[in-house]
Design a protein. Sequence first.
Lengths: 231, 222
Amino acid sequence: MFELSPAEWTAIRLSLRVATVATLVATPLGIAAAWLLARRDFWGKPVVDAAIHLPLVLPPVVTGYLLLLTFGRRGLVGAWLADHLGIVFAFRWTGAALACGIMSFPLLVRPIRLSIEAVDLRLEQAAATLGAAPWRVFLTVTLPLALPGVLAGMVLGFAKAIGEFGATITFVSNIPGETQTISSAIYSLIQTPDGDAAALRLVAVSIVIAMSAMIASEWFARRATKRLHGN
Amino acid sequence: MLRVDISKQLGEFSIEAAFTSEGRVTGLFGASGAGKTSLVNMIAGLLRPDRGVIALDGETLDDAAAGVHVPPHSRRIGYVFQDARLFPHLNVRQNLDYGRRMNRLVDDPAQRKRVTDLLDVGNLLDRRPGQLSGGERQRVALGRALLSKPRLLLLDEPLGSLDEGRKVEILPYFVRLRDEANVPMVYVSHDAAEMRQLATQIVMLRNGRVTALGGVKVLTAG
């Protein structure tokens, strides 16, 4: 029974690619956002904080529709990108990656922010008195100590990206081989007569991926505590 | 030569202090809450004075009126904190080497050997800070500050977190440091006995004000 068809493999591979690209591109931005929220006070900080968390509370279909309006072929940003840089998001796998990246961003940022907040400011001061300029303090003290949190955030973001459905299907539709991820494949299969077995196989794959991500994320969190206590 | 003439408001508490020191070890003496740590943080550049000047060997580090504030990483002033503050993700060797790397100094094995011998930390190099005793941690912190080749070394109650037995064990290292390392120091303590053993000049602080200046004999006078 547990033999995956080529179509199912295509959906799994596409999901992995979309989630990997989304996570890798979002991580540096997520670290920057987490650092700003953890270490800086600036005008409009509550607004930035809320904007980052918005995809978590907004209906995914709304996020997807907003993406379509902005990054679609006739969207303000989408048209410019297509005309000047040749980058097209609409109905492409890159659009799925963009949707997944935005939807998973709050989950990525949160553990990183918490782990940066947990880094003792007094260690950063000590580094400064030893001659480290602020950016070197960040690279040699803050980031290494927050690294387990960064990895935990990446794992969580990846898991969210791989399961994203609403915003993705709204923005880039459900095209097999291009934008049909595991989630949208399951959705299609449920609506197909005799699709139950295939749907269940993909459900099992999703559960395995999600469970692995949670376990990995826990493991990184434990490493973080150990690292901060210097053993 | 260190010249300090500053004032700083910290909530209800205010510091107004002026002194110059040329001694090998300037003892900043006072009860807890006298403003010693805030004053040392200003010398290190971690805290910015509201008014006044801090200058070291003729170089202005702070001049509030002129808007001058040299950031801590550019001051070349070493700082040994009461709570060591070793980097937990680095081993002792990497902690000791940190200041040299950050200041882009050339590797100086002779100096490294001199400092590790002086402080007896040669057998700890591969350990993580979590595996060190309080006294060992403080010695490594001292070595780390020394190896960044500072122009001035600030020591904020470096024995404060140690029990009596440990203090007796560490104090001789500071005496050796004073006599062998060629770095002027500002030593902060509320312990008159420590001061008598180490300091060559005393700045006495009470409620954020300097109440006495001079040789170690001001300790008995006060």
